[in-house]
Design a protein around this ligand. Structure first.
Ligand code: FAD
Length: 481
């Protein structure tokens, strides 16, 4: 357990915040607004972390929902969250997050952010995904500006290495490394929000049963620093091993990635067999579970010239969050298909036999799959996977197309065990005095399959847990002067 070397301390704050992403920025501003002296420590050159890539966050009973008469009651969403997890989550933590979420939207609005509640999947009820206007990094920009206005001390390119404690196990600060030099920073409380371990292959292999190196990660390669430094001083772990999985993902042109998820395409494994209701991909965090069961964990999205023309001239059905809205026309996919075919991740063919050869399937198997599917389309009833009738479009017009897809993930979730005050717990469930954590470094608030009914829960949890941590850390600091 590293103890602080007081002779090396040059900087002192009441609360040291480790990581300047979703958790850290929300915590820094909230703690400062509550009267604490804060220092924000960020390993990278820029603040924001993965939060700078998000589009929106979960909230219940927010002012935005109230204005447009969306009935998103906290108690209802709490029940949804607990049912989805089969009560495997920490109910008080989930409740604290959901209860705080509406007020957090008001807080963000007061700082100049504006939101639209956007359905994550068609006909979603209630709509909880609060997407901000002004681009993906707008929330980060607003909070970074707020840090400047409030005069918060921010040290970038400063990696926190250890949490320091005294002989009684109370937090006394952090040890950082910047430009090759180590330094201790004294603080009465520390808040951890280092964004998980998506870049740490050793941790991924150790904790995530589904992980293989070919899984494409869309988020930053965070190294699990927060989890390592908390466990080093005796923190218990919870929920380690969760990947926020998604897919099937086409790793190439974005527009073709959107086409690969269209509910009227047909997905086959490398044997040429269908394995899912492709329209279930409207909740794409669930469809990846079906993909992970397939041989080689690879799938191929198949479509024909008819579907391609519809996408180019009429528009797509599903889309990609706010980036590609439903009904958007994708006029350049012809060109993209040629480029990706040259790279070997797409195939354009005059016959299904040719496609079968490319994916390594028996031509007779793929033919049987397509014949069966087309017959279901004619009958208006998918007798195997019960795909909705409106998405049953036969594939009969050559050329035919295939896109190679894999499971992917955005980030890891889970690690440090916290309670509903975001206090870090030791192995006996006692809080480690002065230590708080939030966001994806922590467990107990999300299962291994993202709950899209609580769309935006990952950024939502980060921002809200950061705020909850800040409020409790300030109280702790005041009580332990
Ligand atoms: C492409 C993409 C899109 C997404 N879209 C959404 C969305 O629309 N809605 C949603 O709810 N969620 C979304 N997410 C997830 C969301 O962005 C994350 O859940 C959230 O940002 C996590 O917040 P965090 O503070 O835990 O981690 P981050 O925001 O990643 O911040 C962690 C920070 O800690 C820093 N750090 C790491 N180690 C150290 C160290 N030792 N010392 C100091 N600093 C350190 C990192 O550099 C980073 O800045 C998306 C994620 C990705 C990748």
């Amino acid at each position: 357990m590293p103890e602080g070397d007081t002779s090396r301390r040059e900087i002192e704050a009441e609360i040291a915040i480790v990581g300047g992403g979703g958790v850290g920025l929300a915590a820094a501003v909230t703690a400062t607004e509550n009267g604490a002296r804060v220092i924000l420590l960020e390993k990278r050159k820029e603040l924001g972390g993965n939060a700078a890539m998000a589009e929106g966050l979960f909230a219940a009973e927010s002012p935005v929902q109230a204005r447009v008469h969306i009935d998103a009651r906290r108690s209802h969403l709490f029940r949804i969250a607990m049912r989805h997890s089969q009560w495997k989550l920490n109910p008080r933590l989930v409740r604290a997050f959901i209860d705080k979420s509406g007020e957090t939207i008001a807080w963000l609005e007061s700082k100049g952010l504006s939101f639209t509640c956007h359905p994550y999947y068609p006909n979603q009820v209630p709509v909880v995904w609060h997407c901000y206007h002004g681009g993906r990094n707008k929330l980060v920009k607003v909070l970074v500006n707020n840090c400047q206005e409030l005069g918060i001390k921010v040290l970038k390119e400063t990696a926190v290495k250890n949490i320091l404690t005294d002989g009684a196990g109370r937090v006394t600060g952090v040890r950082v490394s910047a430009k090759g030099k180590e330094q201790d920073i004294a603080a009465r409380a520390v808040i951890i929000g280092t964004g998980g371990y998506a870049g740490n292959k050793e941790m991924l292999k150790k904790y995530c049963p589904f992980y293989t190196e070919d899984m494409y990660c869309r988020g930053l390669p965070h190294m699990g620093d927060g989890i390592s430094m908390a466990t080093e001083i005796g923190a218990a772990t919870e929920g380690l091993g969760i990947l926020q999985k998604g897919g099937p993902d086409f790793v190439g042109s974005r527009d073709l990635g959107v086409v690969a998820w269209e509910p009227n395409t047909v997905w086959v494994n490398n044997r040429g067999e269908r394995f899912i209701d492709e329209a279930a991909d409207r909740k794409r965090f669930e469809s990846v579970n079906a993909l992970l069961r397939q041989p080689g964990r690879v799938s191929y999205s198949l479509f024909d010239e008819g579907i391609k023309k519809t996408v180019m001239e009429v528009g797509i059905i599903s889309g990609l969050g706010l980036m590609v809205l439903p009904q958007t026309r994708l006029p350049h996919i012809d060109q993209d298909l040629k480029i990706e075919a040259k790279k070997g991740v797409a195939k354009i063919a005059r016959s299904w036999e040719e496609i079968a050869g490319w994916i390594g399937a028996e031509p007779a198997v793929l033919k049987a799959t397509i014949d069966e599917y087309n017959a279901y389309c004619d009958a208006g009833c998918d007798r195997v996977f019960d795909k909705e009738r409106r998405y049953l479009t036969p594939l009969r017009t050559p050329p035919y197309y295939a896109l190679k897809c894999y499971p992917g993930f955005l980030e890891t979730i889970g690690g440090i065990k916290i309670n509903h005050r975001t206090e870090v717990l030791d192995k006996e469930d006692n809080p480690i005095p002065g230590l708080y954590a939030g966001g994806v470094d922590t467990g107990g608030w999300e299962t291994d399959t993202y709950n899209v009914e609580l769309a935006g829960a990952t950024l939502g949890f980060s921002v809200n847990s950061g705020r909850i941590a800040a409020e409790n850390a300030v109280k702790y600091v005041r009580a332990n002067k």
